[in-house]
Design a protein around this ligand. Structure first.
Ligand code: MSP
Length: 518
């Protein structure tokens, strides 16, 4: 079996319903997963939920529920959102799954036997929201260096995972593999962090303070630290019998871990060291994306500024929401979310550029040729059709560079040039002269081919709209394009009877920013 392209999302905390930040990571991963399938690769896409730890225990108790009942009730909210957003994951892992818990216990026993884990008294500071221990030196003005919130003083016996001995090779590995941590700026942050001596990681919590966690093997007093438990999901998932039977045993290493910039250190330092200690290969790439902010602050449930993705999808369509997330910021940078901005993009890029082009082309085909794809040779000069053929290589380049925004820009420049071509050629004037019928056929074939080439590439980004366009041109809805040569050709058959133009992105009703009915 060929090794599938293995892509992971972080496991989401289930202390609240998912918001735009969670939707963002999964939309990015889904787009890359779809793209890899599109270019002919076998893909394994993993997502799931991180269900243990203080944060979750607290909200469950506050809601008067046992943690298990609480998490069981909230996980379907995540699955529901992934379904609405068209996230085509292959496996959903929950850290409360029995198979995962057993895998974590097995790893702990092995690492302890190898001497990578030891027991010692921990004295220091604890940040509950971040579930992190800090030393005096690490605190920033007496507060948690990650979230700037208050910390509690602690002294307790815990199990520790040895990190310090791994510092040297890790620095060297990151330096020798320039594309391993993306973007560059984040790689430099990690290298900066690694300039300080690494303190060993406390990987247990006292059961007297936290009951909601995986039991530490052979200890009545300890449960496993939520991060140590959660990071292991990337390997425990691929060892589940269900996955091994269907997808084989060679899924590891992951090709990409997609993470937010706030959790890069856990992935690019702790996780890599865990893997090395376990004798496993490094993942191929770790990509850190930025944050969605509102009024200058990270969008998060605890800040009370969470934006409901389901509401945005029902107002603007799923594809518009996906487009906004993927296009508004370059992967890696932060983005300021505002609904006004989203409405503006909907109108300019989707309704006016893409929607209008499709509507114009299908309506003109209908009006001038009874909806039939003309039987004519394509005009030889430089037209949007010729530009559209180059899109495959350009989009591939952007996607290989983890830049979905760049890919969408390529497609949009062709869509815009096709609209300009309509304005320049003025098919409605050509149509007045019966002697120019062939010219009119050439213009409309050019435009039709351009639209369908764009739609084929958009299948990774816009699962719904791309299929609507392809369906109206009676083309297959499932595409695999393994090489530029397969793309750089005519896709439409002359004589095909297409469907009448429909409005893909209805104009927004200004009052409520909702697509107008009809
Ligand atoms: N449970 C850990 C991850 C464990 S991975 C083994 C966690 N969960 S989280 O729910 O807090 O965050 C999950 C992901 O959502 C992170 O990548 C985080 O960056 C992302 N986002 C959460 N809020 C975000 C924004 N406001 N904007 C963009 N993404 C952010 O961390």
């Amino acid at each position: 079996m060929n090794k599938p392209f293995y892509i992971t999302t972080p496991l989401y905390y289930v202390n609240a319903k998912p918001h735009i930040g969670h939707a963002y990571t999964n939309v990015i991963c889904d787009t890359f997963a779809r793209w890899r399938k599109f270019i002919g690769q076998d893909v394994f896409f993993l997502t799931g939920t991180d269900e243990h730890g203080t944060k979750i225990e607290k909200v469950a108790r506050a809601a008067g529920q046992e943690p298990r009942a609480y998490v069981d009730a909230i996980v379907p909210e995540f699955k529901k959102l992934w379904e609405i957003l068209g996230i085509e994951y292959d496996y959903f892992i929950r850290t409360t799954d029995e198979g995962h818990k057993q895998y974590v216990a097995k790893v702990l026993r092995e690492l302890e036997a190898k001497g990578d884990i030891y027991k010692a008294v921990y004295k220091g500071w604890y940040c509950t929201p971040c579930e992190s221990f800090w030393t005096d030196l690490q605190l920033k003005e007496g507060k948690c260096p990650d979230c700037q919130r208050d910390v509690q003083e602690l002294s307790e016996e815990n199990y520790f995972f040895k990190l310090s001995k791994h510092q040297e090779w890790l620095i060297q590995y990151i330096q020798e593999n320039p594309d391993f941590i993306r973007p560059e700026m984040r790689k430099n942050e990690i290298l900066g962090f690694l300039r300080q001596p690494l303190e060993d990681l406390s990987i247990t919590r006292l059961r007297s303070r936290l009951t909601w966690g995986i039991d530490y093997p052979n200890s009545k007093d300890h449960v496993v630290y939520v991060w140590f438990d959660a990071l292991l999901n990337y390997v425990s998932a691929v060892h589940q019998p269900e996955v091994e039977t269907k997808r084989g045993k060679n899924l590891w290493p992951a090709d990409v871990h997609m993470v937010g910039k706030d959790i890069l250190r856990q992935h690019a330092v702790y996780w890599l060291i865990m893997l090395r200690a376990m004798g496993l290969e490094m993942p191929k790439t770790i990509v850190a994306h930025g944050w969605w902010t509102m009024h200058g602050a990270k969008v998060s449930k605890s800040r009370g500024n969470a934006v409901d993705p389901i509401e945005l999808c029902s107002k603007y369509t799923v594809d518009a929401f996906r487009y906004f997330l993927l296009h508004e910021v370059t992967l890696g940078a932060d983005g300021a979310f505002s609904e006004d901005l989203m409405a503006e993009r909907y109108t300019t890029d989707l309704a006016n550029d893409l929607g209008n082009l499709c509507f114009r082309v299908t309506s003109m085909l209908e009006k001038y040729f009874g909806g039939k794809i003309p039987d004519v040779n394509l005009p030889g000069d430089s037209t949007p059709y010729h530009a559209s053929l180059k899109m495959y290589s350009q989009v591939s380049e952007s996607m290989n560079d983890w830049n979905p925004r760049g890919a969408l820009d390529v497609i949009w420049s062709v869509i815009k040039s096709a609209n300009q071509y309509v304005d320049q050629q003025k098919p409605w004037s050509i149509a007045k002269d019966p002697a120019r019928k062939e010219e009119l056929e050439g213009v409309l074939l050019t435009l039709s081919e351009t639209v369908v080439h764009a739609a084929v590439l958009l299948t990774s980004f816009f699962p719904v709209t791309s299929k609507k366009i392809l369906a109206s041109f009676k083309l297959s809805l499932e595409w695999q394009v393994k090489s530029a040569a397969d793309f750089e050709k005519r896709l439409l058959t002359s004589g095909t009877q297409i469907d009448k133009g429909t409005v893909l992105f209805p104009k927004l009703d200004d009052e409520k920013n909702v697509p107008a009915k009809g």
